[in-house]
Design a protein around this ligand. Sequence first.
Ligand SMILES: *Cc1c(COP(=O)(O)O)cnc(C)c1O
Length: 371
Amino acid sequence: MTRPNIDASKLTTTLTQTPKELLDEKELKFGKYFTDHMLCIKYTEENGWEAPEIKPYGPLAIDPAAFVLNYSVETFEGTKAYRAADGTINLFRPDMNLKRLQRSAHRIMLPEFDEEQLLECIKELVKVDQRFVPKEHGYSMYIRPNFIGTEPNLNLQYSREALLYVYLSPVGPYFPRTVKLFANAKEARAWPGGVGNFKLGGNYAPAMRPAMEVVSKGYDQILWLLGDDHYVTEVGTMNFFIFWVNSEGEKELVTAPLDGIILPGVTRDSLLSLARQWGEFKVSERKVTMPEVVAALEEGRMLEAFGAGTACVICSVSEVLYEGRQLAIPVDPANPDAVFGPMTKRLRDELLDIQYAKTPSPWTIPIQDNN
Ligand SMILES: *Cc1c(COP(=O)(O)O)cnc(C)c1O
């Protein structure tokens, strides 16, 4: 028997009776302010996916014994809608996020879903709340899908009931500044055979104490090192990139490979693809260790380093504390006040131009207004 999958044509919308006032865009803080509506889609093993609902944003009713509350059966995503200069709204590569959600869900025994139908429902949600999509350049609407196991059952099998819901948070630009990292080889964010390559809620709670410890020491984020050779994996919750002259004397943009430890970032993939299109230097996905970074710094081969993710886009790294040594990472030697290195800035500008639909690209998915 085939049970129903998500069907966007069955979507129902119940509008709020108490619309929120729009905040002044300048006051938007990341992830603290939500729009009027959310999308909810329920699943049971018996009956499959129910009709999707857009309804007023508000608390969920969840059984106290639900799988998500006991065993962390939760995965999430983060993508954004951007308002172009002409007022139209676009998504950026949302298919990549929904594929990743599918893979994460599969890992924790959450049910399969139709990615295209879910995307249609998300577009509809953004349309319903389009007045909240900020107008200023650099601002955007963060889209957060959550997928949870809701069956009330303490037996450690898998959740036969689930809820996929999506809500929206208008966000301002990250204040552009360079970041200082504390290299951590003591705790691991992810490890071989683990689940670091999936966006599971369970990966993030254990990273909070190490992250807050480095903040209390005056650093912004952790540079996560793994193993005795100090493999440089990620920075905070961003993918990490180095632009250098490698030990072979070649100019190279390098980031860690998708070896099961690294989160396959949409921003990561997009930047690799832009740099490969330029064809001006080598672009590699391979393992780099901290001793190699130290050697490059000592030999003057390090050019730029940055973290990349949907929330901040790109952040340049200006310092790494490693084994008690303060390592200065070059940003832009020609301009001491620069917050981005020249290559980093070029990548960032090209990416933003696509996201804000200044440069036409198949990565830009318009939210058509049928009204
Ligand atoms: C979400 C995330 C990223 C960035 O992924 P994007 O798709 O570019 O936003 C990188 N690392 C970790 C650990 C993440 O959770």
